[in-house]
Design a protein. Structure first.
Length: 149
């Protein structure tokens, strides 16, 4: 099965969920799936969708970790610059460049921390939305399987 319709359905749900809420997004997702697929195709599509959502949830959980990615390297660089700026403050001739370096390190360090926190919050919200969709798709697949037996 092609992944493009699955990704399209998932993205539709996520965008609807953010704007209109859980109930309306769920209803639109189910209506989209039922209009496009029937019978065994519907069960196959829902199965592929649940597998894709599980993959995305695992991938996003890996991305939530701030120790994976470039942010850690940037923060370590800002920390090293801050330490070097503090060392420069002890020398009378180097106080002005030390103040400039320390203030730049503090501003960049704060910027990196706020970016990591924003990324962490956004990804956790996205994971929660994907988990809602996973429950909805599994419930619908179970109802379809029970209705066919």
């Amino acid at each position: 099965m092609d992944n493009k319709p699955i990704d399209e359905a998932i993205e539709r749900y996520v965008s609807e969920r953010r704007v209109k809420g859980k109930d309306e997004a769920g209803a639109r997702f189910l209506s989209y799936v039922r209009i496009r697929y029937h019978g065994s195709e519907l069960i196959e599509f829902l199965g592929a969708t649940t597998n894709m959502i599980r993959y995305y949830i695992g991938f996003f959980r890996m991305l939530v970790n701030p120790l994976k990615g470039p942010e850690l390297a940037f923060f370590a660089t800002a920390l090293a610059m801050g330490i070097f700026g503090c060392l420069m403050l002890t020398e009378p001739e180097e106080q002005l460049p030390g103040i400039i370096m320390l203030s730049g390190a503090l501003v960049n360090g704060w910027s990196i921390i706020s970016r990591v926190l924003r990324k962490w919050c956004d990804l956790n919200v996205l994971i929660a939305i994907y988990q809602e969709l996973l429950v909805l798709a599994e419930k619908e697949m179970l109802e379809e399987n029970c209705g066919r037996v």
